[in-house]
Design a protein around this ligand. Sequence first.
Ligand code: PLP
Length: 390
Amino acid sequence: MTTRIYFDNAATSFPKPEAVYEAVDNYGRNIGASAGRGAYSEAMESAEIIQRCRQLLAELLNADDPLSMIMTFNCTDGLSLAIKGIITDPDSHVITTCMDHNSVLRPLNALQERLGIDVTFVKADSEGMVDPLDIEKAIKSNTKLIAVVHGSNVCGSLQDVNAIGRIAKKHNIAYLVDAAQTVGHVPIDVKAMNVDMLAFPGHKALLGPLGTGALYIRPGFEGRLSTLKEGGTGSKSELATQPEFMPDRFESGSHNAIGIAGLCKGLEYVLERGIDNIASHDRLLCERFLEITDGVENLTVYGPRNLDCRLGVFSIRIAGFEPQELAAILEKEYGILTRPGLHCAPLAHKTIGTLDVNGTTRLSTGPFISINDIEYAGRTVVAIASLKSL
Ligand SMILES: Cc1ncc(COP(=O)(O)O)c(C=O)c1O
């Protein structure tokens, strides 16, 4: 088997644009310095790369101020800072959803255990869609945060984050969106979303290296967020306390500048190809996969059928196969790389009815998956399902 098609873009994207590899190589060989930690030209260049990355992020997400982008090491990092930074009072209620990832659920669980906070997990329907009105109904007098995943990493369902943002604004509740699966896949406008904090990885659809990510914090909101870590920033070194200004307030320790150099090139690729273009390519891939796999005996494809409500993240099950077994067959016999199991989102699997059967086998698309690739994957799972019915 020589074909190997990477269908695990929901975990991290692969391959990356050539320019990403070149930028990482160039940084390692020719720049090397840590941003803000030296007065020589390499250290300045490193700082400029990080600043450029913030500018590109602000352009992509329609944010006014590049300094509202806090560089993190992944999406989980940003989510933890957002959740633990805002919830410090035991008398706090948080609303999240059953579609959310452990990177939201576990920090909330930790706060339940440590502080005794109250959390509501708003249910989704069997396609993984949350009704924004159910979020509004869950609001209590002490609700301090609404934290919602934009795109499901289990079944690809897309929540109406703008409608939820209007509810959060109306009730003056802090609003956090986990955009791990959507930044770089679909257009996002932080102003239209009314979001206070948006966490996302650099290593998924933004096509940067592992070890990159960011947290957008709405200008003016940063004062409401406590720091999660304090330390060296290369600024105001005479102070015993953390600088108050952005981004230093939340960025302690050396940056992953080599990764950020790669992320800049990933972002340039996304901006040049165009986010609308990338989103319509993804939509086409979804359409073909759903068409090919529609109504096939023994095969279940989870998530919305409506293309407006989904991403190219497909959880499937074939009767008679364990998710692990199916993933192994797909890899060994067909060169299709997938991820089996619960995908760090147990409540989402409970919602679609796959928690107690070891989850699903997940195929997830990216900008370098072609129509041929998705047709091959679709026909392969159909063929495996029909063998089973012989
Ligand atoms: C919905 C969702 N949230 C958060 C994360 C965590 O992202 P990271 O691995 O960048 O920390 C993931 C990762 O798959 C995810 O799919």
